[in-house]
Write a protein that binds this ligand. Structure first.
Ligand SMILES: [Zn+2]
Length: 303
């Protein structure tokens, strides 16, 4: 890995406050002086852009913002929507039970509907606030330091000529609801109408790479994608139709897109990720980064 990648992994994993993001942007600018910043939108997002979006054939992206820490693992099984929903219900059950008890006690104590209602709505709002704006998760090896580093490694490896084909974008505020990528789409609507975007989110924990390709991307680039992303003995490619998998990330904002994520596999569970948004998000498999940057480099050469 480059010095820059090692620095990000060692010292810049938390990028949640304005100050933490400032420090990360300064570091990136030291290595890529040409970096430009797109500012704006509801949460004053700052997207970081390398390359010329209007000239590029392909846009590669990864969100750099950090999520709030959750007390429970954020389990996702992209190929098994039912399991993902069942897990959410399971997580919600204790919360619903606690709310029910509080509501029952308040009713008994005050016998006032509005007090009861106000407290319950208040608790819900505080919980939503904590999930979005609560204390930062201090460990983000996979989500999404891995995507950021993969993008830096790839961009560093490209020749000057290859760079003319590529724009690399580090999106802000994905965790608040894909806000940075929405801002990017708004400004570059025309330029990205028929441009391939590949989004890297959580790519360092698991030997199985989900490559979820939407319809427009399949129509234009299926052969190149298939030739660039090939399995090895160690790393397996799961080439899927985006409509058939559930993977919420920034690619959802773009008309021609591919989502890339690393998954683990167990016989009973199928393909899944289970550590992100918690203090257990510490798995950083460097082999994943080199596998992915090689595949993307190959794809760029094929375009
Ligand atoms: Zn993420």
């Amino acid at each position: 890995m480059t010095q820059l990648s090692q620095a990000i992994l060692d010292r810049f994993q938390v990028r949640k406050t304005q100050k933490q993001k400032d420090a990360f942007i300064t570091l990136l600018k030291e290595h890529f002086p040409e970096l430009s910043i797109q500012k704006g939108g509801f949460a004053k997002s700052r997207n970081l852009i390398l390359g010329d979006v209007s000239q590029a054939k392909i846009v590669l992206s990864a969100h750099y913002d950090t999520c709030a820490k959750l007390p429970f693992p954020n389990f996702i099984a992209p190929k098994n929507l039912l399991l993902s929903i069942l897990y959410s219900i399971l997580i919600a059950l204790p919360v619903v039970a606690v709310m029910f008890i509080i509501s029952y006690l308040l009713n008994w104590l005050t016998q006032n509907f509005w007090v009861n209602y106000g407290v319950c709505v208040g608790i819900c709002l505080v919980m939503i606030y904590l999930m979005l704006a609560g204390p930062a998760n201090n460990h983000t090896a996979n989500d999404n330091t891995s995507g950021v580093i993969a993008l830096c490694e790839l961009y560093s490896a490209l020749t000057a000529e290859e760079r003319t084909k590529v724009a690399a974008v580090f999106f802000d505020n994905e965790e608040l609801g894909l806000l940075g990528s929405a801002l990017f789409r708004k400004q570059y609507r025309k330029e990205i109408k028929d441009k391939l975007l590949i989004n890297l989110d959580c790519v360092s924990d698991g030997d199985h790479f989900l490559v979820a390709v939407n319809k427009a991307a399949r129509q234009h680039y299926y052969v190149q994608i298939k030739n660039a992303f090939t399995s090895t003995d160690e790393k397996q490619i799961l080439l899927e139709k985006a409509e058939r998998v559930y993977y919420p990330s920034d690619q959802a904002n773009f008309p021609m897109s591919i989502a890339v994520a690393a998954l683990k596999h167990k016989k009973l569970l199928g393909y899944y990720m289970d550590r992100i948004h918690t203090k257990r998000d510490i798995i950083f498999d460097e082999k994943n980064i080199s596998f992915l940057t090689n595949a993307l480099h190959k794809l760029i050469q094929l375009l």
